[in-house]
Write a protein that binds this ligand. Structure first.
Ligand code: NAD
Ligand code: UGA
Length: 429
């Protein structure tokens, strides 16, 4: 099939590249000309394992192209995926202006039947607004359909998630659009849930909110564990064997970050409120997540007392491992708070250093964990990269001024850390 992807960020690039890999012809659009120039020169602007190789391969085969022109992309495609950002407004609701802008632009260039698919995460009833916007901006009265096909990939494992999804959700209003999307996704051999557009939109917000709620739940439990001397890891294990609960997303820690959970939970709250229902459960999910960060910072302050001029080593900056994405990363909040108290921050992350430097030019960037930990008063673990799990702890301890590790991701065994002579503080154990 001929596919246009509008918005070549994490989701657009992965979606476009995977569709090309499956044998389709894909044209990826972005209005960021720098991004398109990089992609056209074989440089992938984001770090996502395996993506660069897959892009090179599809470009070579002539199945993947990049452009800044929505006009050209619309002209050469039958299906158009909207993959632009839907960032949070100050009020918490989703900013849909990018979706509106591209809908208008698509409308102006429709010359024959097109299926326009919202893949961006959007509040319920956005599909109706997209359809209305297209209708009122069309030059001629040409048939089109709008569909919703939310994306469930995770950063860091995006290609594997896209190629082996738990399910594919298709929200449609016509048999024709259902047929097209069923055919497009047939090679993936995953269960396909076909529904109306509104239900598809809600499935996405409800799924992310449910996962965020699971994380806040275990973080609340972690705090009870701390108050009683219980161990949250064991509690999660004991709960997780119950198939109705499951062990995944029960990792206690600093709380959830990233470009999606924080914004989607608050957007789901906002749209619910707008519709006349107060989703107070989700308000609490957000409160617990906020509080978790303060609990972590209190641990640092309790252990180090005055932070002024203390040298603190931060290991892990990205919001989760295997990505360079710093959007809503806990590291940003932690570093800002510590700097405000006068601490000197040395940091290391396998992939997110460049991006951190853009935000905090005064943070000392190290080449590896050991360099960052040299003469430090404490090491903070903020992201559970494998590299940190495999660190030579004996060497690390020798380099530190004080052998204090405050672990926001529970990556080490407390007993072993005590045996090695560390002061080791973690979350809920
Ligand atoms: P992103 O910011 O990485 O990418 C969005 C891209 O759209 C940017 O490159 C931007 O330049 C481009 N864009 C904006 N306006 C445009 C226009 N008028 N014309 C062409 N391009 C334009 O965002 P993302 O992380 O890929 O997320 C996109 C959407 O997918 C969001 O709604 C998000 O919630 C959803 N989503 C993201 C993930 C994820 O893991 N990142 C997973 C599932 C769903
Ligand atoms: C999440 C969802 O998992 C995807 O299904 C969804 O498509 C995506 O959001 C989206 O809509 O954008 P992502 O944000 O890439 O994916 O990463 P996750 O692995 O879900 O982690 C999100 C945050 O939760 C991270 O900060 C992570 O550290 C935290 N987390 C996750 C925990 O604190 N505990 C856990 O047990 C799991």
């Amino acid at each position: 099939m001929n596919i246009a992807i509008i918005g070549s960020g994490y989701v657009g690039l992965v979606t476009g590249t995977c569709f090309a890999e499956l044998g389709n012809t894909v044209i990826c659009v972005d209005n960021n000309s720098e991004k398109i120039a990089m992609l056209s020169n074989g440089i992938v602007p984001i770090y996502e394992p395996g993506l660069s190789e897959m892009i090179t391969n599809s470009v070579k085969r002539g199945r993947l192209m990049f452009t800044t022109s929505i006009k050209n992309a619309v002209a050469s495609s039958d299906i158009i995926f909207i993959c632009v950002g839907t960032p949070p407004k100050e009020s918490g609701e989703a900013d849909l202006s990018y979706v509106e802008n591209v809908s208008k632009e698509i409308a102006r260039h429709i010359d024959k039947y097109k299926l326009i698919v919202e893949k961006s995460t959007v509040p319920v009833e956005t599909g109706e607004k997209v359809a209305k916007t297209i209708k009122s901006n069309q030059i001629a009265n040409i048939e089109f359909d709008v569909a919703s096909n939310p994306e469930f990939l995770r950063e860091g494992t995006a290609i594997a998630d896209f190629m082996n999804p738990d399910r594919i959700v298709i929200g449609v209003e016509s048999e024709k659009s259902e047929q097209i999307l069923r055919e497009l996704y047939a090679p993936l051999k995953a269960p396909i849930v076909v529904t109306d557009i509104k239900s598809a939109e809600i499935i996405k917000h409800a799924s992310n909110s449910f996962l965020a709620a699971k994380i806040s739940f275990i973080n609340a439990v972690a705090n009870i564990c701390e108050l009683t001397g219980a161990n949250v890891e064991k509690v999660a294990e004991g709960m997780g064997y119950d198939k109705r609960i499951g062990r995944s997303f029960l990792n206690a820690g600093l709380g959830y970050g990233g470009s999606c959970f924080p914004k989607d939970v608050s957007a789901f709250c906002s749209i619910s409120r707008k519709l006349g229902y107060d989703f107070t459960l989700l308000d609490t999910v957000q409160e617990i997540n906020e509080k978790q960060m303060r609990i972590f910072l209190k641990k640092v302050e309790d252990a180090l007392w005055n932070l002024k001029s203390k040298k603190i080593c931060v290991l892990g900056l990205s919001f989760k491992p295997n990505t360079d994405d710093l959007r809503e990363a806990p590291s940003i909040r932690v570093i800002s708070a510590l700097q405000k108290e006068g601490a000197i921050i040395h940091a290391y992350d396998p992939k997110a250093m460049e991006k951190l430097n853009e935000i905090f030019p005064d943070v000392k960037i190290a080449n590896n964990s050991y360099e960052a930990a040299q003469d430090s008063d404490a090491v903070l673990i903020l992201t559970e990269w494998n590299e940190f799990k495999e660190i030579d702890l004996v060497r690390l301890k020798r380099l530190m001024k004080r052998p204090l590790i405050i672990d926001g991701r529970n990556i080490y065994d407390p007993e072993k850390m005590n045996e090695l002579g560390f002061e080791y503080i973690s979350m809920g154990r």
